[in-house]
Design a protein around this ligand. Structure first.
Ligand SMILES: *Cc1c(COP(=O)(O)O)cnc(C)c1O
Length: 362
């Protein structure tokens, strides 16, 4: 049996440190926010070389809170890629704005930069590039487009912790960036949690306020906010795990190269990486015209496989009223008929990769 992801293997590799960290949170009854969250915020900001990090409850809240902190709301349009996890577009709707979908490029699965300008209207306020599967969006070009049209940029980094463009970490190009620390993400907690980073003091101030009931200091509610705080236990776990992130990222990249080499003469399409980009392989996604047969064969041999995502965002039932047509998002539509996510995690063995590749080759 080769699992899709093995969080237990990772835990066992750092068990004593994790157990100690969790116990110390309990000993100090530092359950919500507090010193552990503050410590992680400092470490995660330093990791990116940015001024501010605000820890919060999950990576969907962080998108919503940052949109609100940038003043995005009713009447505004926000450009989002046609392929992502629903949080990206959901967050736009939650703050009262309208998500406007942009098709993706087949080679990289990220937003098609050539299609952005045609989607810009007088109402467009922001763009949310998504570094999907760990593939960085070409942020140099995206920022040029955003500057030209005076648009805010919120990077959705939920799948791409420590990916880079020209050696610069993603999340540091836009006005602000959102991270998820959902357990299965490249940097994952032991429950839900998320984080926001920015160099903009005002975005940071407002985002922190919104995440804690609109308070600036205790009982000074300048606005109505919400409850989106990070648990002490999650923060303590993340502080331990952040130390290993570079090592785990290297292992993911090495695993991707292993797959690439073994599948190079097969009929499946293996992942490409943008020029000057560092892809961190949250997911190793291949494409096949015979997806159903391939998935059946892999499952028959107890290989964990999945599809991220079977339906492109514009075609989800919740957007039916928008009357999107296949020809509006042809690439996202076609890609979602063919993609398969193979097992990918730092501890995945070469042996397992070979087994998976052999089933595909056969
Ligand atoms: C996981 C994910 C999110 C949301 O994160 P949660 O912590 O699960 O709320 C947002 N965007 C993308 C692209 C994601 O993969």
């Amino acid at each position: 049996m080769i699992p899709f992801v093995d969080l237990k293997a990772q835990y066992l590799s750092i068990q004593s440190e994790i157990d100690e960290a969790i116990q110390s949170v309990i000993n100090q009854t530092a359950f919500i926010g507090g010193s552990y969250a503050a410590k992680f915020e400092k470490e995660f900001a330093d990791f990116h070389g940015v001024k501010h990090c605000i820890a919060c409850a999950n990576g969907t809240d962080s998108l919503e809170i940052l949109l609100q902190a940038m003043g995005v709301g009713p009447g505004d349009e926000v450009l989002v890629p046609a392929l992502s996890w629903i949080s990206t577009s959901e967050a736009v709707s939650t703050v009262g704005a309208t998500p406007v979908f942009v098709d993706i490029v087949a080679d990289y699965y990220t937003i098609d930069l050539d299609l952005i300008e045609a989607k810009i209207t007088a109402k467009t306020k922001a763009i949310i590039p998504v570094h999907i599967y760990g593939q960085p969006v070409d942020m140099i070009r995206l920022m040029e487009i955003a500057k030209k049209h005076d648009l805010k940029v919120l990077e959705d980094c939920a799948q791409a912790h420590s990916a880079t463009v020209n050696g610069q970490k993603i999340g540091t190009f836009g006005d602000c960036a959102s991270f998820s620390f959902y357990p299965g993400k490249n940097l994952g907690a032991y429950g839900d949690s998320g984080g926001m980073i920015t160099n903009d003091a005002e975005i940071a101030r407002v985002a922190r306020m919104i995440a804690n009931h609109g308070q600036e200091g205790k009982h000074n509610h300048l606005m109505e906010g919400r409850n989106s705080r990070m648990d002490g236990i999650q923060a303590a776990v993340l502080s331990v795990k952040l130390k290993y992130l570079n090592q785990w990222t290297d292992a993911r990249i090495a695993n991707s190269k292993e797959y690439d080499a073994l599948l190079k003469d097969s009929a499946v399409v293996t992942p490409k990486v943008i020029e000057h980009g560092k892809h961190v392989f949250h997911l190793y996604v291949i494409r096949s015209k015979k997806r159903a047969e391939l998935m059946k064969a892999l499952k028959a041999e107890n290989v964990g496989v999945s599809i991220h995502y079977p339906t492109a965002l514009p075609f989800l039932d919740c957007y039916k009223n928008r009357n999107h047509r296949i020809e509006d998002f042809p690439v996202a539509y076609e890609v979602t008929q063919e993609i398969i996510s193979l097992p990918m995690f730092a501890e995945l063995s070469k042996e397992s990769i070979k087994t998976v590749a052999n089933i595909i080759l056969k």
